[in-house]
Design a protein around this ligand. Structure first.
Ligand SMILES: Nc1nc2c(ncn2[C@@H]2O[C@H](COP(=O)(O)OP(=O)(O)O)[C@@H](O)[C@H]2O)c(=O)[nH]1
Ligand SMILES: [Mg+2]
Length: 322
């Protein structure tokens, strides 16, 4: 029963939470409906966490950093949930060992909720964890939700849509010099962190971070991201990163910025969902199906413009007479 599952999630039951997230990320219509019932029940209990997304290329050290950051958070009495989407496992469709192996310390902590999913179909490959998964974690009482997301393609925008704070993790030798750093990332990241500032790489990481800081201060005058070098492995700079996150969270909450951010995100989600359900319904409508083959041929053979054909289908769908 949806009500029962919702109540178990609200009581902090990990298995119920995992189950609810699975329903929310399922592609099956009946699962989605159930998930909506559960979320509707839990909505008043959501919104309480600081949602932090860590994005970066595979190998940047996201999982290692989350393990270290998560441990600091646990020591400071934060209730931590970690949602990771592992692209390697998404491709093989198999194990999610990659992320879990890097987050062994967190995985061993009973108070931490850790979920590494390979939900490629539902989430579009490298998309971040779903909005629903974040809301469910909040309803279960977690006040810090850390999202691991792979920074390729449009993933940054996706991550920005579900997080309050976006941390871009990079490396001194990642090849993305300041000019080459992806535009999307520069526009949305709140912090740019250079990892692996240890061993042979240490001095290069430090000078790269300094270079980045100077360049981003120019590029994003007034809204320059926080820049620092860390070593996730030796935990250098990790406590400082946690402190920066805590300060940012307080700032967001005080100024009413958090509410504004989340209102915008909710509206974007509404519009995205509206587009999705409209398209789904339209493509199944008899009036569209009846005309589609002929219009497809006409467009394929160059006898009709795609835009005119699309408008004709739309008119057919919404006209009073069939
Ligand atoms: N030297 C060094 N290696 C690191 C550091 N952080 C991660 N690594 C290594 O980099 C590799 C990729 O790390 P992982 O956390 O799985 O990266 P992800 O793909 O971004 O999640 C692993 O072999 C890690 O041990 C670090 O701070 N210093
Ligand atoms: Mg990882």
């Amino acid at each position: 029963l949806s009500e029962e599952l919702a109540a178990r999630v609200a009581s902090g039951d990990r298995r119920a939470l995992a189950q609810a997230i699975t329903l929310a990320e399922s592609t099956r219509a009946e699962h989605r409906l159930r998930s909506e019932e559960i979320l509707a029940e839990l909505l008043p209990k959501t919104g309480g966490a600081h949602r932090v997304a860590i994005t970066g290329l595979p190998g940047a050290g996201k999982s290692t950093l989350l393990d270290a950051l998560g441990m600091v958070a646990v020591e400071r009495a934060r209730r931590v949930a970690i949602l990771a989407v592992d692209p390697a496992s998404a491709i093989t469709g198999g194990s999610v060992l990659g992320d879990v192996v890097r987050m062994q310390r967190l995985a061993a902590r009973a108070e931490v909720f850790l979920r590494a999913s390979s939900n490629a179909a539902a989430l579009g490959g490298t998309a971040p964890a779903s909005r629903e998964a974040v809301l469910l974690c909040e309803a279960a009482g977690f006040d810090l939700v850390l999202l691991e997301t792979v920074g390729v393609g449009q993933a940054e925008q996706g991550a920005a849509d579900v997080s309050d704070t976006l941390v871009a993790l990079t490396l001194a030798d990642a090849g993305d010099d300041v000019q080459g750093m992806k535009r999307g990332l520069i526009e949305v990241a709140h912090a740019v962190i250079v990892n692996k500032a240890d061993g042979d790489l240490q001095s290069r990481a430090l000078s790269y971070a300094a270079e980045l800081a100077a360049a981003l201060a120019l590029l994003r005058a007034g809204a320059a991201p926080h820049v620092a070098a860390v070593s996730a492995k030796s935990e250098r700079g990790v406590a400082e990163l946690f402190d920066w996150l805590t300060a940012r969270e307080a700032e967001l909450r005080q100024g009413g910025e958090l509410e504004r951010l989340r209102r915008e995100q909710a509206l974007r989600a509404l519009h995205r969902e509206l587009g999705r359900v409209l398209l789904e319904r339209a493509c199944r409508a008899d009036r569209v199906l009846a005309r589609l083959p002929a219009l497809e041929s006409a467009v394929a053979e160059g006898r009709a413009l795609p835009s005119a054909a699309a408008r004709e289908l739309c008119n057919a769908l919404f006209s009073a007479k069939s």
